[in-house]
Write a protein that binds this ligand. Sequence first.
Ligand code: SAH
Length: 257
Amino acid sequence: MSARGGWLAVVGTGPGDPAWMTPETAAILAEATDLVGYKPYLDRVASAGQTYHASDNREEMDRAGLALDLAAEGRRVAVVSGGDPGVFAMAAAVWEALEIAPHARWGSVTVTVAPGVSAMQAVAARAGAPLGNDFCAISLSDNLKPWPVILKRLRLAAEADFAMAFYNPISRARPWQLGEALALLREWRAAETPVVIGTAVGRADEEVTLTTLAEADPTMADMRSLVIVGASTTRLLRRPNGQAIVYTPRFYREGGE
Ligand code: SAH
């Protein structure tokens, strides 16, 4: 805690279902005097008597600076992300503000990060266990990193036979990236490789689609989707009761055999 009692905690609400918010995060939110974040996330955790600082999703560094200023003034500040705050979210932006453009007044502010359930875990749980063996997570957004870097990571991850979780697969401003990523993976993986598309998982409009690399189509996803592409060992299991799931076995058998 800083001398004047202010603090900054970076928290994540989980991907949607309130039951996926950790008790630690709920306790921090209840203690906070000020909530800082993208408006839809703040709306999810609204409670009376707190000051809201809603902002656009693109102004991460400004938001981090505002949160640090409030904490330096002695406020108890929660910076709120969706999912886990350390996965493609605000925790890194807060540390970046502290490293790149630090103000002397921020020096004594205590900053903590609380872990949360990330979207890939929620989608994987709905689908079965597609991330049951080695996997990687890649954001397909080229807003903050160049597209050639993303392509290189996709190619090397494909070669290394990781299952992959794609965050930010598509949006109105980025309509073609998912299609290109799938096209690249088709050069490396079999047509029947399982693909899971989980959209708004844990919310009222949740949709989970199990498909294959050959049939996966960017129109099946939107900005609320997380896409998982299986490794060579990932399997589709149809149970006698009708349940269909996708899982990646713990045992690694090259080529899936
Ligand atoms: N910090 C978040 C990720 C933020 S990036 C986390 O740990 O989950 C935003 C991306 O997360 C979205 O484009 C989507 O790919 C994914 N996402 C977030 N919530 C989701 C949900 N309920 N269902 C599916 N994907 C979700």
